[in-house]
Design a protein around this ligand. Structure first.
Ligand SMILES: Nc1ncnc2c1ncn2[C@@H]1O[C@H](COP(=O)(O)OP(=O)(O)OP(=O)(O)O)[C@@H](O)[C@H]1O
Ligand SMILES: O=P(O)(O)OC[C@H]1O[C@H](OP(=O)(O)OP(=O)(O)O)[C@H](O)[C@@H]1O
Length: 234
C-alpha cells in the first residue's frame, strides 16, 4: 500500500507546501493540467499525492483516508473534536502564519480585553434583550476559548467569509477571525482584543493516527521523515 499525503490543491498554502517539500528533495506537482486534482511525488518511493481543499484535510485525516496531510493548525483544532487524539503533529512548516483573534468596533472605547467584552455582553443583553453576536467560522475554537475565559453571555453566528463585514452589515456586534497583516480589520474599523490570540496558526504537517499503517507505509514514513529531517511518530 502506498502512503497517501494530502496537500492543499489551491489557495495560499499550496505553492508554499510544494516549495517546502521541494527544498528538502521531495518534488510535488500536479500530474496533469492545472485543473486536475491528481499529483505526483518524486524523491521518495511509495508516496501518493492527494490534492484537497485545505479545509477538508482535517476530515480526511480523521477518517484515515490519507496518512499525512498539510493544512493550517487552526483548521485541525477547529474541525476535529479532541484533535490530538486523532492526529499527530509531525512538523510546523514555518509559513501560513495567521492569528485567530476576537475583534470589536474601534468605537467601543471601553472594550479592550475579554473581561471588558464580558461586561459589554451583559450590558448588551440587558439593553437589547438578546445576546451579543460574534460572527465566525471557527465555532469550536471560539466557544472553547470563551468558556475557558468565563464568558457566556454571547451567541455565535456563522460566517464563512467576509466576516469583518458582518459588523457593518449589522448581523453581528463582534467577530472572531484569522488575521495576518491586520489590513482587513483596519479597513472595517475593528480592533483586536488585547489578551493575545486564541490560536497562532501556521501550516503544519499532520499524521493520521487512525489511518491504516501497515509495514510498507511505516517504512515509507520513516524514509520520508528522514528525507524531510523531521521526526514522525504515529
Ligand atoms: N490572511 C491570511 N494570511 C495567512 N494565512 C491565512 C490568512 N487567512 C487564512 N489563512 C490560513 O490559511 C489556511 C486556509 O487557507 P485557504 O484560505 O487557502 O483555504 P480554504 O479557505 O480552506 O480554501 P478552500 O476554499 O480551498 O477550502 C488557514 O489555515 C488559515 O489560517
Ligand atoms: O489580516 P489580513 O492580512 O487582512 O487577512 C485577513 C483576512 O484573510 C482571510 O480572508 P480570506 O482572504 O481567506 O477571505 P474570506 O473572507 O473569504 O475568508 C481572513 O478571513 C481575513 O478576512
Amino acid at each position: 500500500m502506498s502512503l497517501k499525503i494530502g496537500v492543499p490543491s489551491k489557495g495560499r498554502l499550496m505553492e508554499k507546501t510544494f516549495d517546502w517539500f521541494g527544498a528538502r528533495g521531495v518534488t510535488m506537482g500536479r500530474s496533469g493540467s492545472d485543473r486536475e486534482y491528481a499529483g505526483a511525488v518524486e524523491g521518495v518511493d511509495g508516496v501518493e499525492l492527494v490534492l484537497l481543499s485545505a479545509g477538508e484535510i482535517p476530515r480526511e485525516l480523521s477518517a484515515g483516508r490519507i496518512h499525512l496531510g498539510v493544512t493550517g493548525s487552526d483548521l485541525v483544532r477547529d474541525k476535529l473534536a479532541d484533535w490530538s487524539a486523532q492526529v499527530a503533529e509531525v512538523a510546523a512548516l514555518g509559513f501560513g502564519h495567521a492569528d485567530l483573534i476576537i475583534a470589536v468596533p474601534t468605537a467601543w472605547i471601553d472594550v479592550d480585553t475579554v473581561d471588558d467584552l464580558d461586561a459589554a455582553a451583559a450590558a448588551f443583553r440587558a439593553e437589547y434583550g438578546f445576546r451579543l453576536r460574534i460572527a465566525t467560522k471557527y465555532h469550536r475554537l471560539v466557544r472553547d476559548y470563551l468558556t475557558a475565559q468565563g464568558v457566556a453571555d454571547y451567541q455565535l453566528v456563522d460566517s464563512q467569509g467576509a466576516t469583518e463585514g458582518t459588523v457593518k452589515n449589522l448581523t453581528a456586534e463582534a467577530i472572531a477571525d484569522i488575521t495576518s497583516s491586520g489590513e482587513t480589520l483596519r479597513a472595517n474599523h475593528l480592533k483586536i482584543l488585547s489578551d493575545g490570540p486564541i490560536h497562532a496558526s501556521q501550516a503544519t504537517l499532520f499524521a493520521a493516527r487512525g489511518a491504516e499503517w501497515d509495514a510498507a507505509t511505516r517504512a515509507t514514513l520513516a524514509e520520508l521523515a528522514k528525507q524531510l529531517g523531521v521526526k514522525a511518530e504515529v
